[in-house]
Design a protein around this ligand. Structure first.
Ligand code: G4P
Length: 201
């Protein structure tokens, strides 16, 4: 997605050979216009899939997910990373290990908001090692929902998440894929569109 690549080139800060800081438009301050375009792009890629719900994880997955939900006219549910005072019973949960933070967290979604009647689009801002996406897959599977695919704003192609999810048969659509973060420079892969794989899971 051209606009996103321009934004990363103009505002992204390479913190190390594995971490890109995009706080000015995605992870702290949010650019609504860019999110709107991102929502339209995901909606066009998944418009024929019969999506009934978008499943994401707090916090940075929420903005692109809401814009996509607006375009597809479906609700958005986000997995919580912290225990909620009001959300204690009837939860689907999954353990997510973060290689970046070296910690495991339990994520949860109420069984009120996802069911076997749903066809979900899983979304997140970054795809690194794929653990957050796999946690969301696990929650969707526990709810016996159908998974239409996984939408990612920025995939880091040099980490394992993308291949892990694609090898499991999921359709992963990333709006941009970074091939390397070297010498303060971001290199992009020419995005390959994944095959439209219909899953029965
Ligand atoms: P994984 O889910 O793909 O395995 O990723 P990982 O555990 O490594 O990521 C932990 C957190 O770091 C996630 O956000 C993820 O989005 C973010 N992250 C991973 N790589 C990068 C990167 O290169 N740049 C930036 N900016 N973020 C990255 P989080 O802690 O859940 O934060 P948030 O969603 O609350 O903002």
């Amino acid at each position: 997605m051209k606009l996103l690549i321009e934004k990363i080139n103009n505002e992204g800060i390479v913190l190390s050979s594995s971490v890109l800081k995009v706080d000015s438009f995605l992870n702290h301050q949010i650019d609504p216009q860019l999110m709107h375009e991102i929502g339209k792009e995901f909606a066009s890629r998944f418009e024929d899939c019969g999506i009934t719900k978008i499943l994401t994880i707090e916090s940075s997955g929420i903005a692109p997910a809401v814009m996509t939900g607006l375009q597809l006219n479906v609700p958005v549910v986000f997995a919580r990373k912290r225990k909620s005072l009001t959300l204690v019973n009837n939860l689907y949960t999954a353990s997510v290990y973060s290689f970046t933070k070296e910690e495991t967290s339990e994520i949860s979604v109420s069984n009120q908001y996802i069911s076997e009647n749903d066809k979900v689009l899983i979304m997140d801002d970054f795809l690194a090692n794929g653990q957050a996406a796999l946690g969301l897959v696990e929650i969707a599977e526990k709810a016996k929902a159908n998974i239409a695919g996984i939408g990612i704003v920025i995939e880091k192609g040099f980490q394992d998440g993308g291949s892990l999810l694609r090898e499991k048969g999921y359709r992963v659509e990333s709006l941009t894929t970074i091939s390397a973060l070297e010498n303060g420079t971001v290199s992009f892969e020419k995005n390959t569109f994944s095959k439209k794989v219909e899953l029965t899971r």
